[in-house]
Every structure is written in structure tokens, then in C-alpha cells.
Write a protein of this length. Structure first.
Length: 405
């Protein structure tokens, strides 16, 4: 591995050119790129040697970060390469040697339309208060969606946005909003300390990179209660698990109180799965959206009613802009963005979705409205692309209880 550039920079340049989302580096192994969700061994670069890894760490970590890594055996950091991009880095130790994973962060933030996100997210971004959670498994695009939400706020609201990140990913410049970005370890010691301080820094919107522990969740709920819009992420699979995860973080004697707090501030969950596009050149998110309607709040308050969430989301698209994963996947398929196989492989109920594709309604599912209808002919390539690539056209004139203003 002899190159004019450093080994790290050469690999990152190649990864970016290949469209990789992640670069995996392990001592005594070949580099691995993650391209459209698949891991690809890059044998042409040869084995990564210990001296290569040491060179990488010198380029990525500050002295303080190096000391922290020696103590903790893992650390989050960021790295920028001029003309190539920015990268979120995690350095860790495994079997006595060092490994790195670098996640690509685009220089610019894509608008919601380009990301094929539901238009209801624009209304969520304009809310004055409440808790909005972007959830999904690792690598499902949570950070990208959250950045797009913040960018929409930046372009459309006169407000003070305060972000707390570990590390800072997308670099945001003031537009209509004033934005302050704080990085754990560099600008503040912890999410908890930064969140406590944020309440004294006159924010309108508080963005928490991740709600990792009980105390962070507790303060985030309090911030939403005191009149702020709080946006954060969680590693959960869907809306019911998100509610259960937050409640379950607390000891039993506190859970009733937390249910009441969560119900009072809950605005929405936006849960994602990334699907490979029909042309195999990228990925597109299937998005489940649950809005904090009065009925949803009542379900949050009653532990035995959580099983009702799926039906509430499924029937809530017309008035509130909610959608299930299967409704979202079906719409992606109808738009010609994904194949039938990809749709069924990622569906929550593939058999039911297959019937929907044939125009057969499922007993008990209710009216899917704009999601209904046969889509089999669209696999032939005759799909007419919608003028707005977002999943849903929201009716702003609906007279309902969901008032985001």
C-alpha cells in the first residue's frame, strides 16, 4: 500500500468515488467498503499494517482524544479531507489490535424532496414545541433525515437552533436561523451537561444527536415540556418499540410519571429503513410516521394499548399524515423507485402487501386511501413519476385536532 497520498486519504477518496457509506479498517485485513448496504472487500489495496493504522490515528485524533482512547479503548471523532468530504469516525480495540469505521458525511444537506421523505416532516420542523424522534437501526439514515429537518428549519424559521452532537457531523451555517453546534468532548463534557446548559441559552430548537441514557431522556422531556422543540434519535425498529424503549429506561416506580410526561410532549416518531433502489445505484428510505394525536397520547398512557399503534398509524394517513412501513414501501414501489422483490423483502406483512399490489384490500385494514390500488403494471417500467417525490401530499385544510402551528 504505497501511495502519494496517505493510506487513509487514499482509501477515503476511493470509498467516496465508489459511493460507499462506510469504510471499515482492521489491522492485518484488507479494507472493506459498504456500498448500498453490502460489504465489499477491497483486495486491491492489500493488507492494512499496524504502521498504517498508527498513521491514521495520528491524522484523526488530537492529543486529548488519543489519551482518552488509551483509557477507554474506544472513541468517536470526525475527520475532514479537502475536496473529498467529512467523516464520522469510531476507533476501537478488538483482539488487541485497532479497528476503525468511518461513515461518510456529505458536505451539503439534501432537501426532503430529494431524500423522498414524507412532506409531513416539514410541518414537524415548524412546530414550536414537542419531542420529535428519528429512529431506526444503525445505518438507516437517521442523521441525514435529522440534518434535513434542521436545514428546513434553518431555511424557514427565525429561531435559535442548538445542537449537541458526538461528534458534529453536518456543518451548518446560519440562514434564517441562528445555529450553535456543540461537540461532546470538545465544546462540552457530556450530553447531560450540555442539555442542562441549553435551557439557559435561549434555544427555540434543541437537537440531541442521540438519547443514550436515562438522564439524557429525562432532561430532553423536561426541555420539551418547557416550550422547546426537541429533535433526537433512538436506535429502535418502529413506533411501539420507541415508546417501550423510553419508558423501559426508567425504574418501575417512575414509569407512570414518565408515561405522562412523554404523552404530554410527544409530537412524532419518524422511523426508517433503507431500501436498494430499482437501478441499484442508491438507497431510498421507507418511513413509518406516528403523529402525537390525542388517541396516540392516550395509548402512550395505557401500557396494555400499545398493540393498537399499528392500526392507528395505518388509518391515520388521511387526516394526520401518518403512514406504516408497508404503506411507505408500497408507495415507493408504485413510484417505480424499488422492485417488487425489494418491497416484499422489507415489508412488515409481505403476504398482505403482495395482495395490495394486485389491488386486493385486506379485511380489517381499513381504507388505505391514496396508498390503495393495483401497482403490478408499474413493474413494466411504465411508471409515471409524481411531480413531488415525497410520499404524501398533505391536505393543509383538514379540520382536525393535529395543529402543528
Amino acid at each position: 500500500m504505497t501511495h502519494d497520498l496517505t493510506v487513509l486519504d487514499t482509501l477515503l477518496k476511493a470509498a467516496t468515488t465508489a459511493g460507499a457509506s462506510d469504510l471499515h479498517i482492521k489491522t492485518f485485513s484488507v479494507p472493506v467498503f459498504r456500498i448500498n448496504g453490502d460489504l465489499v472487500k477491497m483486495k486491491e489495496f492489500g493488507i492494512v499494517k499496524p504502521e498504517h493504522v498508527k498513521e491514521m490515528l495520528r491524522a484523526i485524533l488530537t492529543r486529548e482524544q488519543s489519551e482518552k482512547f488509551l483509557k477507554d479503548r474506544e472513541i468517536d471523532a470526525s475527520y475532514g479531507l479537502s475536496g473529498v468530504g467529512r467523516f464520522r469516525v469510531n476507533v476501537f480495540q478488538q483482539r488487541g489490535s485497532i479497528g476503525l469505521v468511518l461513515r461518510s458525511i456529505p458536505f451539503s444537506i439534501a432537501p426532503m424532496e430529494e431524500l423522498h421523505l414524507p412532506v409531513i416532516l416539514k410541518k414537524l420542523a415548524m412546530m414550536k414545541r414537542g419531542l420529535v424522534l428519528v429512529t431506526g437501526v444503525t445505518g438507516s439514515g437517521k442523521s441525514t433525515t435529522m440534518a434535513s429537518l434542521v436545514d428546513y428549519i434553518n431555511n424557514n424559521r427565525t429561531s435559535h437552533v442548538l445542537t449537541i452532537e458526538d461528534p458534529i457531523e453536518f456543518l451548518l451555517r446560519d440562514k434564517k436561523a441562528i445555529i450553535n453546534q456543540r461537540e461532546i468532548g470538545q465544546d462540552t463534557r457530556s450530553f447531560v451537561k450540555a442539555l442542562r446548559a441549553a435551557l439557559r441559552q435561549d434555544p427555540d430548537v434543541i437537537v440531541v444527536g442521540e438519547m443514550r441514557d436515562l438522564e439524557t431522556i429525562e432532561i430532553a422531556l423536561m426541555a420539551a415540556e418547557t416550550g422547546h422543540l426537541v429533535i433526537s434519535t433512538l436506535h429502535t425498529l418502529d413506533a411501539p418499540e420507541t415508546v417501550n424503549r423510553i419508558i423501559g429506561m426508567f425504574p418501575p416506580h417512575q414509569q407512570s410519571q414518565i408515561r405522562q410526561q412523554l404523552a404530554s410532549v410527544f409530537a412524532a416518531t419518524v422511523c426508517q429503513r433503507l431500501l436498494v433502489t430499482k437501478d441499484k445505484k442508491g438507497r431510498v428510505p421507507a418511513v413509518e410516521v406516528m403523529i402525537g394525536t390525542q388517541l396516540v397520547k392516550e395509548i402512550i398512557l395505557a401500557p396494555d394499548r400499545i398493540k393498537e399503534v399499528h392500526d392507528v398509524i395505518q388509518k391515520g394517513h388521511q387526516n394526520y399524515g401518518m403512514q406504516t412501513f408497508d404503506q411507505s414501501i408500497f408507495q415507493l414501489y408504485r413510484q417505480g423507485l424499488i422492485t417488487r422483490k425489494e418491497a416484499l423483502d422489507n415489508a412488515t406483512s409481505p403476504d398482505d402487501l403482495a395482495l395490495r399490489m394486485q389491488g386486493v384490500s385486506i379485511s380489517g385494514d381499513g381504507d388505505w386511501g391514496m396508498f390503495d390500488g393495483s401497482a403490478e403494471e408499474e413493474e413494466s417500467g411504465d411508471t409515471k413519476q409524481p411531480s413531488n417525490p415525497g410520499f404524501m401530499q398533505q391536505n393543509d385544510d383538514d379540520d382536525d385536532e393535529f395543529d402543528l402551528e
